[in-house]
Design a protein around this ligand. Structure first.
Ligand code: VGL
Ligand code: ZN
Length: 197
């Protein structure tokens, strides 16, 4: 059994003061930094959108943040502009340790969003993370980061679908919680065999 810590999107825009601030988002940094010592493999993800990305409300005339729009691949929440490539908001939180093995960027294709670290929101375009994990013999994943009910949950659900063992450490995650999305996604994860601690 080989395991990895997967640190999801601990970036300035998801922390207080950022463009898509998650309440208490910065409070995940200290617990995550100390967990890193316990894992041989640490992988970080970075939400990394071009300006004018199709997940931004500002790219859709008449839409405002948190509206839902029908895209070719299904429903898509409209977000405030966030994590624009190279911006301060896209940078990792300044106190986050970034001495991991791999940093995987996602959401860089203009026409499709990517919550999951494994597949874009069309649920078919791979990021390559699965291959990286399999070639390194990793079977067990521990997930932490932002946001519990979006990128953490989508990553955890895809990981289960791919056959990995998955644990989410809730103390090291924070949620957006849009219309009950936190409860919904915790229940989805539980039903698909995600463990919580
Ligand atoms: C995320 C919304 C948009 C996340 C990323 O990291 O959970 N949420 N982009
Ligand atoms: Zn995003």
């Amino acid at each position: 059994m080989a395991e990895a810590l997967l640190v999801i999107d601990v970036q300035n825009d998801f922390c207080p003061g950022g463009n898509l601030a998650v309440p208490e988002g910065d409070q995940v940094v200290t617990p995550i930094n100390s967990m890193m010592d316990r894992f041989d493999t640490v992988i970080l993800t970075q939400d990394w959108h071009p300006s004018g990305h199709s997940s931004f409300a500002s790219s859709h005339p008449g839409r405002v943040p948190f509206d839902t729009v029908e895209m070719s691949y299904g429903q898509q929440v409209m977000w405030p502009d966030h994590c624009v490539q190279g911006s301060e908001g896209a940078a990792f939180h300044p106190q986050l340790r970034t001495d991991g093995d791999l940093i995987i960027r996602k959401g860089f294709r203009p026409e499709v969003d990517s919550y999951s670290a494994f597949f874009e929101n069309d649920q078919t375009t791979p990021t390559g993370l699965e291959g990286y994990l399999r070639t390194r013999g990793i079977t067990d994943l521990t997930l932490v980061g932002l946001a519990t009910d979006f990128c953490v949950a989508f990553s955890a659900l895809d990981a289960r679908r791919l056959g990995f063992s998955v644990e989410v450490v809730l103390e090291a995650c924070r949620a957006i919680d849009l219309d009950g999305s936190l409860d919904t996604q915790i229940e989805n994860m539980r039903q698909r065999g995600v463990k919580f601690s």
